[in-house]
Design a binder for this molecule. Sequence first.
Ligand code: GAP
Length: 505
Amino acid sequence: MANNEDKLKKIVAHAKEYGFVFQSSEIYDGLAAAYDYGQYGVELKNNIKNYWWRSMVQFHENIVGLDAAIFMHPTTWKASGHVDAFNDPMIDNKDSKKRYRADVLVEDYLLKVEAKIKKEVTKAAKRFGDSFDEEQFLNTNPRVLANKAKMEDIKKRLYSAMEDERLSDIKALIEDLAIVCPVSGSRNWTDVGQFNLMFSTEMGSLSESAGKIYLRPETAQGIFVNYLNVQKTGRMKIPFGIAQIGKAFRNEIVARQFIFRMREFEQMEMQFFVRPGEELKWFEYWKEQRLKWHLGMGIPESEYRFHEHDKLAHYANAAFDIEFNFPMGFKELEGIHSRTDFDLKSHMEHSGKKIMYFDPELNESYVPYVVETSIGLDRTFLAVLTYAFTEEKLEDGSERVVMKIPPFLAPVKAAVLPLVKKDGLPEKAMGIFDILKKDFMCFYEEKDSIGKRYRRQDAIGTPYCITVDHQTAEDNTVTLRERDSMKQERVDIAKLPEIIAKKLK
Ligand code: GAP
């Protein structure tokens, strides 16, 4: 645990030092759970967005894009259920004055019980060696069985209390489990209360009573309210999808762990409209497709896992998360939900507009069902940093930090570096920069020793460094250094675009 926390701290410090992520309004001591993306962060973020957009929109003849406004008519949020139900149960500790999500306190407790089970397994595996049968052990060991039963019981109590909004039962559970405040260590809790996560503001042009509008808590509703516009103007035939990338806002009670949980963040969502009855087939399809997308970044499959929701949202008939092995452990990165016809039907009722599809093959009209894929851009960014951050001890005893960002996502693709600041080398190097910049994000630098410049490029994940030296003037060749292997080779300037392009494929 200490090591993982350590890794997160190192990533946060590295992200700041090398211009990936800064605390928002830092000169005023920052604003909690809001972050700014710096010069390299914005490039990495744009490259992730581009990868998602290309794979979802460009690669599918039946998926189109959308960019809806953040402000939406307030009835949108009544129809979607967010006004009434987008709440988190919260509880305050009277001694530390800290506020917690009541369900998260219980879930953290469950993780501790799960850790106990894992410890038993590790101990037994050591004791029995090769003959150890984990499956059998998990199904027969009395201590494991008791802990499993305890977990089931807690989950049942928590989820049924959440479902029926029995807030006093959630408090009773916290008391029964003797959960203490991590800060004060006391059990001096307030009652559990509901806390709506939507930010609201006033829109000037509306009358006072109707003036309250919300900052969207998800981009999905912008897609639902535009379903008819896109379907009609794009002459879309079911099954088809609408994809969108954009900001979302949530007044999270527990906002922590860097860019993992923020109050302003970005989502990449796609709603896929299908025939009623075919949604579970498409759900399976998108589950598989989305995992492939993650693996397409070159991050190993062992860093991902599926997690099936224990408790389905009122609108869903199937829901899985793709979890990533963040420094804090496996946590949700993307949600794939079968949302039935809940949203479109509800918008139809609230707007009075007929939101239906006439299916020429079936010769009937229906409200389409929806399969949603919803991924956090910032969490994907953190996943890439987590995977890429590597501390290496080199053969000569020195150390380097290298960001092994998949080359096609790297903020800078090639750095052009004149060996010295004289003898016409800067001019020659600038000439190469001018050629390459047309196709690739490049970087030019002439300050400091070449070794230091290489290290700085390693730290931001640049796949190639191109060094211009005195030989370059004679034979038009340069030294090309590869980030991960640090291997250097002499190559013709004319070949550089092709070599870099190959690396990015
Ligand atoms: N439209 C469905 C929806 O919004 P969600 O599970 O609430 O579902 C989808 O959010 C994704 O958005 C999550 O898997 C996560 O990656 C990201 N996300 C949600 N809340 C976030 C937050 N406070 N900070 C950063 N990312 C967040």
